[in-house]
Design a protein around this ligand. Structure first.
Ligand code: SF4
Length: 347
């Protein structure tokens, strides 16, 4: 069992076994979980149906430390970006995308990221540490409290690679999905991975119907190796096989994310390769505008694809029977790409 030094490091099962180890009756875990994630209080003192002795012990041995909102930026399109300070001084970013009918939160799963994709600010600083399950859930709670409404969708698409922090990410999704806690339907909970194939295969075996998104960016091996050098050891053929297995096991359709960059991955050769990769695969291709603010200082000169190219590529894919949509980019005026608010404040 993990060292009980922070309550938010525990999964539901971990928290149950901690309290059983402490000699508490089984129902205590449900009470504590309710206070932590349904009532979302910030201190043990507010947990009025827990015995005082237990509250004092929790305070001492498993402190409850809420994240602090250090900065918040509102985009002209209504999306919001939060900079949160954690118990150890680490900083993470969370994006809220409200609409009239639903509230989506894009949460981080790590502080920084080890993968170092060529177009991504977060990857520049490397990995600081992985987040605990409760630290991921807290990001939704912060947004929910701030906006005074429940979160309907959550996407592990902020800082970090969720499958490089697999156990904690799954534990967080289960807390979000638990009907007595956040109660977000599994199909409204999405993991966005750069394409770690062993973890995609593992994810296919999970009992919940969580949704999968894969950052493909290119179906030409040399281009993908340039954009995502850490994934050179996970070739495209192997990635496609893992997606076939995922579709076979789950019957669900993952999305393939392609951020279009002028003359990099929007050329005829690239489109042919994308078509060959996606045809015959249960998938949905999302074409995403490149946010120029993503560029590292010593960037490789990536530029957004012209808008007309989106329509051309989408039409080619759809004519070939591949489901495809063009995603609107939100929050670009508030540095809506991962790691940029942090960079703006501390870079
Ligand atoms: S794009 Fe995602 S996986 Fe790649 S470096 Fe950035 S945070 Fe990490």
């Amino acid at each position: 069992m993990a060292d009980p030094s922070r309550i938010k490091q525990f999964s539901v099962e971990g928290l149950r076994s901690l309290l059983l180890d402490w000699g508490e009756p089984a129902f205590r875990a449900n009470q504590l979980l309710h206070w932590l994630y349904a009532a979302a209080v910030d201190s043990y003192q507010e947990m009025s149906d827990l015995p005082l002795s237990l509250r004092l012990r929790l305070e001492k041995e498993a402190p409850l430390i809420a994240p602090q909102v250090l900065d918040k930026k509102l985009s002209a399109d209504g999306s919001l970006k939060y900079l949160l300070g954690l118990w150890d001084g680490s900083l993470i970013e969370t994006v809220a995308i409200p609409s009239r009918s639903r509230l989506t939160v894009c949460f981080s799963t790590q502080v920084g990221c080890a993968l170092g994709c060529a177009f991504c600010t977060t990857g520049l600083g490397g990995l600081v540490r992985s987040l605990d399950p409760g630290e991921m859930v807290d990001q939704l709670l912060v947004v929910s409290k701030d906006l005074g409404r429940r979160v309907d969708n959550a996407v592990a698409m902020g800082e970090g690679e969720p499958f490089a922090n697999y156990e904690a990410s799954l534990s967080a999704l289960r807390i979000m999905n638990n009907p007595t806690l956040l109660g977000i339907g599994a199909r409204h909970l999405t993991v966005s991975t750069c394409g770690l194939v062993r973890q995609i295969e593992r994810f296919a075996q999970e009992p919940e119907q969580f949704t999968l998104a894969v950052s493909l960016h290119s179906a030409v091996q040399s281009t993908r190796d340039l954009l995502m050098p850490s994934l050179c050891n996970q070739p495209l053929g192997r990635l496609r096989d893992s997606l076939l297995l995922y579709a076979e096991k789950t019957g669900r359709r993952p999305s393939l994310e392609v951020t279009l960059m002028d003359s990099v991955n929007d050329t005829p050769e690239e489109v042919s390769a994308l078509l060959a990769f996606s045809r015959g695969l249960l998938c949905h291709v999302n074409l995403i505008p490149f946010n120029k603010g993503h560029l590292p200082d010593a960037g490789l000169g990536f530029r957004p694809s012209p808008p007309a190219r989106f329509n051309e590529i989408s039409a080619i894919l759809q004519r070939a029977g591949v489901a495809c949509s063009i995603r609107r980019s939100r929050g670009s005026d508030i540095q809506g790409a991962c790691g940029q608010l942090k960079g703006a404040l501390h870079g």
